[in-house]
Design a protein around this ligand. Structure first.
Ligand SMILES: *Cc1c(COP(=O)(O)O)cnc(C)c1O
Length: 401
């Protein structure tokens, strides 16, 4: 393949672009993970992660992709045959459900049309029906990366409380943490699952469990076999900043830098930036005359937008044209959405002009692919971003559309 000059546009909803500061932090000599200096690094990260998860509870770090942290959440809290209540918001939720089945757990599934998030009322009804309290945990994906729909976690917590049900609450935040407001403690979550390669701006390879006291207590009596994923040894070693087995040292250098960057920008500012880029993207999609997959405006994702193509048009053919012509990767349609949608990732290390580059690539791709569309998306997004930048300096409000 011929060399392609300039930076590749990685606009999939994870892995995301890794900022230079983080790349430089990773590019350091690997240190002795049992030596005296390592403990300081470990303690700084373990403390800093609490800020990112908005928790006072411990956060466990695994050298694994997000899938590992899914498994860790289940094997630490459950025994063979335990029942889980899961919501099939999309492809990732159904992968978590399949994993639960392979681990010998029984899943009661609440289906959706893959255009809406978790329905708190449906969860409340299922929990009220379960008078024997057989359901061990309620599992929800906060931001469903296959659809661009964000479930309202606080309302699910309220539903569990309204049913006065003792189930644990497990939430996958792999594509929302550090991009969309998420509160492990305030929202009464027992196990939060997260990964390194999306909002945290790191390469793939780390994943996390934030663990409540109730979950730690459940782990003491849970019987599923576990060793690598066991929280107890991890939490004991973490007290002094160390790990029971070799941690991914160089990714931890990167994680320390990512936490510093998030603190320098400020979490509220990080969330506002993602909200702004998501709104600009949606304005572009509407102006193109295309449809946003997420059907509920209260559940729009701030980290990605899934865009539907008119029937008879192949989203993967469009993605290929854009990759070939403009060196930009967009997210493919997953599971039942294959060929029907493409996904624009707007998360992580990102600013107004990177977004405009990405949207320009989509708009030019729509033209090249001879799609039915109106060439007005880039202008709509630019207008909104300019207005938002003005509002940031004058304090004025941006007009709703
Ligand atoms: C990316 C993602 C996963 C899968 O994580 P891996 O790191 O690929 O194992 C799971 N859930 C959600 C919501 C995701 O976005």
């Amino acid at each position: 393949m011929a060399l392609r000059s300039g930076r590749h546009f990685l606009q999939i909803p994870g892995p995301t672009n890794v900022p230079d500061r983080i790349l430089r932090a990773i590019d350091s000599p690997t240190m002795d993970h049992r030596g005296p200096k390592f403990g300081q690094l470990g303690l700084e990260i373990i403390e800093g992660l609490k800020h990112v998860f908005q928790t006072q509870q411990p956060v466990v770090i695994y050298p694994a992709s997000g899938t590992g942290a899914w498994e860790a959440a289940l094997v630490n809290c459950c025994s063979a045959g335990d029942k889980l209540l899961m919501v099939e918001t999309g492809h990732f939720a159904s992968l978590w459900q399949k994993m639960a089945g392979k681990l010998g757990l029984q899943v009661e599934l609440i289906a959706t049309d893959w255009r809406h998030g978790a329905d708190a009322a449906a969860i409340e009804a299922k929990l009220k029906e379960d008078r024997a309290h057989a359901i061990k945990a309620v599992c929800v994906v906060h931001n469903e990366t296959s659809t661009g729909v964000t479930s309202r976690i606080a309302s699910v917590r309220k539903a569990i409380d309204a049913a006065a049900h003792p189930a644990l609450f497990m939430v996958d935040t792999i594509s929302s943490l550090a991009s969309i407001d998420y509160r492990h403690d305030d929202w009464g979550v027992d196990v939060t699952v997260a990964g390194s390669q999306k909002g945290l701006m790191l390469p793939p390879g780390l994943s996390f469990n934030a663990v409540s006291e109730k979950a730690r207590k459940a782990a003491q009596s849970a019987k599923l076999p576990r060793s690598y994923w066991a929280w107890d040894e991890m939490l004991t070693a973490n007290k002094s900043g160390y790990f029971p087995y070799t941690p991914a040292t160089n990714l931890l250098y990167g994680l320390r830098e990512a936490i510093r960057m998030l603190r320098e920008e400020g979490l509220p500012q990080v969330f506002a930036r993602h909200a702004r880029h998501a709104e600009a993207t949606r304005r572009a999609v509407r102006a193109w005359g295309l449809e946003i997959l997420c059907a509920n405006a209260e559940e729009y994702s701030n980290t990605l937008t899934a865009v539907m193509l008119p029937a008879g048009h192949d989203a993967d053919a469009l993605r290929k044209i854009i990759l070939d012509a403009y060196d930009m990767s967009l997210g493919t349609g997953l599971g039942r959405l294959a060929g029907k949608v493409f996904r624009i990732g707007h998360l992580g290390d990102f600013n107004d002009l990177t977004l405009m580059g990405a949207l320009a690539g989509v708009e030019m791709g729509l033209a090249l692919a001879r799609m039915p569309y109106k060439p007005a998306g880039v202008t709509a997004a630019m207008g909104y971003l300019a207005e938002a930048a003005g509002a940031r300096t004058t304090g004025a409000k941006v007009r709703a559309v």
